[in-house]
Design a protein around this ligand. Structure first.
Ligand code: SF4
Length: 386
C-alpha cells in the first residue's frame, strides 16, 4: 500500500530519496523530486559499495555494519530512505544528523523522455546543466539499460553522433550508477543487463567506470551480475589491459571494430591510427575470458564503405584465432552524415558472406532510430530541437 507523501523535514530531508508516485506519472515527475538538492561536498551514496560504506561508518563515526546495512538496504530496497524512519537510526539522532550532513544521494534529473518501438530514451540533466542519455530496451523477460560514461566523447568516430560533440566531461561513478538506479529502483524496470554503449568511451573514463561496476554488482545494492555487464570500447588498448588485470573474466568486453582493414578503420575511427588492428588483435588474444565467454565485436555496416565481399573475407581472416561473436548492425544515418545506410539486401549479402567464411555472426537490428536512441545516435546534436 502506498503511503501518503509527507513534506520532508530535518534529517529526513537530508537523505530522503524516496519516490512512490504511480507508474502512470511521467518519468520526469517521478525522478525530479525536490529532495534532489544536496551539497556537492558530501559523499554520494551512489558511488559507494556496501563495504566502502561500512569503512566510512567505521572511520567517521566508529560504527559498523549494523547502521551501514540499514542505510544501504533502505536506499536500494525501498527506493529511498528517511534516516529517522530507520529503526537503526531512530535511537541515535546524533549519528543520524552526522550521516545526514555527510552523505547525499544526488542523482541527475530527467529532462526529457521519448519512446518508440518499446525503447525509451531518457535525457538526464546533470547538476552542471549538461545532459547525457540512457536507453531502456525491454526484452521479453528482462530489461537492458544502455548507459553513458562521458558527456560527449573525444574518440571522434566519424559515424557516431556522440563523437561529433567532442568530450565535454567525464561522468563520476555516482552519475554512471545513478542511470541504473533510476531505471531499476525508481522506475521499477526489471533490469538484468547493463551495457556501456551509450555516450562516451568507457575506457577513457576507466577509474570511474571500474568503481561504477563495483557498485552495480554489489549484491546488497543493485545486484547486477558481472556476466550481465558489457563494456564496449573503440579499442583503447591501455584500458583493455587494465580491464584484463581486474580479474573479472565474467565481464563482457565488446569492441567496436567496424572495418576489416586498417585503411578503412583509420578513416572511420581515429583511434586506429594510434593502435592499429594488429595491435588490437594481439591485445585481445591475451584477454582473460571465463569458460564459455566470448569477445563481442560490433560491425556497423555502412553502404559503400565497409560492405564489400572482400571486406567479409578480410574480416574472417582477422577474426581467426579470437573467441568472437560478431554483431552486424546496419548504420543509422544521422543529421548531415556523409554516409549512407545499407539496404536490408546489403545486410543480408554481407551476413551470408561472413557465414560462408565460418564467422560466428548475428545481425542485430538497432531499435529506436526514430528517437535517436539507436546505436551511434546518442548526443545532443542528434536532436536539433534541444
Ligand atoms: S562510437 Fe563510441 S568511442 Fe566512437 S565516438 Fe562514438 S561514443 Fe565515442
Amino acid at each position: 500500500m502506498r503511503k501518503n507523501k509527507q513534506p520532508a523535514t530535518g534529517i529526513e530531508k537530508e537523505l530522503k530519496c524516496q519516490t512512490d508516485w504511480p507508474k502512470s506519472r511521467s518519468y520526469t515527475a517521478i525522478v525530479n523530486s525536490e529532495e534532489n538538492r544536496y551539497s556537492p561536498e558530501t559523499v554520494n551514496l551512489l558511488e559507494l559499495t556496501y563495504d566502502q560504506l561500512v569503512d566510512l561508518f567505521r572511520e567517521r563515526y566508529g560504527r559498523g555494519a549494523y547502521h551501514s546495512a540499514a542505510l544501504y538496504r533502505g536506499f536500494y530496497t525501498h527506493a529511498g530512505l528517511a534516516l529517522n524512519a530507520l529503526p537503526a537510526f531512530a535511537a541515535s539522532p546524533r549519528l543520524a544528523a552526522q550521516v545526514g550532513s555527510d552523505l547525499n544521494c544526488i542523482r541527475p534529473e530527467v529532462a526529457d523522455q521519448v519512446s518508440e518501438e518499446g525503447v525509451t530514451k531518457l535525457v538526464f540533466r546533470l547538476t552542471d546543466g549538461l545532459t547525457v542519455e540512457t536507453v531502456i530496451v525491454p526484452m521479453t523477460h528482462h530489461t537492458t539499460v544502455c548507459i553513458s560514461s562521458q558527456v560527449g566523447c573525444r574518440m571522434g568516430c566519424r559515424f557516431c553522433e556522440t563523437g561529433r560533440m567532442g568530450l565535454l566531461r567525464q561522468l563520476s561513478a555516482a552519475e554512471i550508477v545513478s542511470q541504473v538506479y533510476v531505471v531499476k529502483v525508481l522506475l521499477g524496470w526489471a533490469v538484468r543487463n547493463v551495457v556501456f554503449m551509450g555516450m562516451g568511451e568507457p575506457l577513457d573514463n576507466l577509474e570511474n567506470v571500474l568503481q561504477a561496476i563495483r557498485v552495480l554488482t554489489d549484491q546488497r545494492g543493485l545486484d547486477i551480475a558481472l556476466r550481465r555487464i558489457t563494456v564496449s570500447t573503440s579499442g583503447v588498448l591501455e584500458g583493455i589491459r587494465r580491464l584484463a588485470a581486474m580479474d573479472w573474466p565474467q565481464l563482457k568486453l565488446a569492441v567496436s571494430l567496424n572495418a576489416a582493414n586498417d585503411e578503412v578503420r583509420s578513416a572511420l575511427m581515429p583511434v586506429n591510427r594510434r593502435h592499429d588492428m594488429a595491435a588490437l588483435k594481439q591485445t585481445l588474444q591475451t584477454y582473460p575470458l571465463a569458460r564459455g565467454n566470448v569477445l563481442l565485436m560490433e560491425y556497423v555496416l555502412i553502404k559503400g564503405v565497409n560492405d564489400h565481399p572482400e571486406h567479409a573475407r578480410q574480416l574472417a581472416r582477422y577474426l581467426e584465432g579470437l573467441p568472437v561473436r560478431l554483431n552486424l548492425i546496419a548504420y543509422n544515418p544521422r543529421h548531415n552524415t556523409p554516409f549512407e545506410a545499407p539496404t536490408q539486401e546489403d545486410v543480408d549479402r554481407f551476413h551470408q558472406a561472413l557465414i560462408a567464411q565460418h564467422v560466428f555472426v548475428r545481425p542485430r537490428r538497432s531499435k529506436g532510430a526514430g528517437i535517436c536512441a539507436a546505436c551511434g545516435q546518442l548526443g545532443a546534436l542528434c536532436n536539433p530541437a534541444r
